[in-house]
Design a protein around this ligand. Structure first.
Ligand SMILES: [Zn+2]
Ligand SMILES: [Zn+2]
Length: 230
């Protein structure tokens, strides 16, 4: 018997032989089937092609049109699940805010699937960093935790600023107006290398567009992104 991390219900995880040989699948026994069924998967055909938001049809949402008007090349973000529903919010609360590292592996298969196309074409994976204070408290970068067996490059660092409000405590307007939160610590010349940015949640896009602007300054090639939730 297992106890579901999200709802506390006890359940017996069905472990088939296929599951037993795959550690990934066993990790799924952290969450009960009812909670799992609650996560809302985003399908390619019903997502904004700019940010990966769930919608009807593959068009461009108004937030992405705004990024385009500002002159940004769209990140064509691919997201696995809808963020704004109770199960995913609960998941992130357990994973990020209570620091349960094990929970990161629950979605690694979904994340891997999103990366395949890019990895085959030798895109470089660059991870969005967490700020120092959060890192000290949580003990891990939640994005790296989603993909424990993949090589992720840390080319970005959070700029130190005392008393800075946490991203999750800011409202939408505040997030869009923040100045560049990162400094660059990668190779001086990226020599037109294509880069895939990885983050846990796409909220306004501000974090990822700031990161992409910085990489472009160092002569990157194309930049796209993948997130677990949108
Ligand atoms: Zn549950
Ligand atoms: Zn969009």
């Amino acid at each position: 018997m297992s106890e579901c991390v999200l709802c506390g219900r006890t359940f017996s995880p069905k472990l088939s032989l296929a599951r037993l040989v795959s550690l990934t699948k066993i990790k799924r026994s952290l969450i009960c089937p009812q909670c799992f069924a609650g996560f809302e998967k985003i399908t390619y055909a019903n997502a904004c092609w700019g940010c990966g938001r769930k919608q009807s049809g593959r068009t461009l949402c108004k937030d992405c049109r705004r990024w385009q008007q500002k002159g940004y090349e769209l990140l064509e973000n691919k997201a696995c699940y809808v963020y704004d529903e109770p199960h995913m919010k609960k998941y992130f609360a357990c994973y990020k805010f209570t620091g349960d590292y094990q929970l990161g592996t629950v979605f690694q298969t979904d994340m891997r699937q999103q990366l395949e196309w890019y990895l085959k074409r030798k895109w470089l994976l660059v991870v969005i960093p967490v700020d120092e204070e959060t890192y000290q408290k949580r003990g891990f970068n939640q994005v790296c935790g989603l993909l424990p067996q993949v090589k992720l490059n840390s080319y970005l660092r959070h700029r130190q600023k005392m008393g800075r409000k946490k991203q999750s405590h800011k409202n939408r307007q505040e997030r869009l107006q923040v100045p560049q939160p990162f400094s660059y610590v990668g190779p001086m010349d990226l020599k037109q290398q294509n880069i895939l940015l990885l983050d846990d949640i796409y909220t306004t896009g501000s974090t990822l567009y700031h990161a992409s602007a910085l990489l472009h300054e160092h002569n990157s090639g194309k930049i796209k992104s993948v997130t677990l939730a949108r």
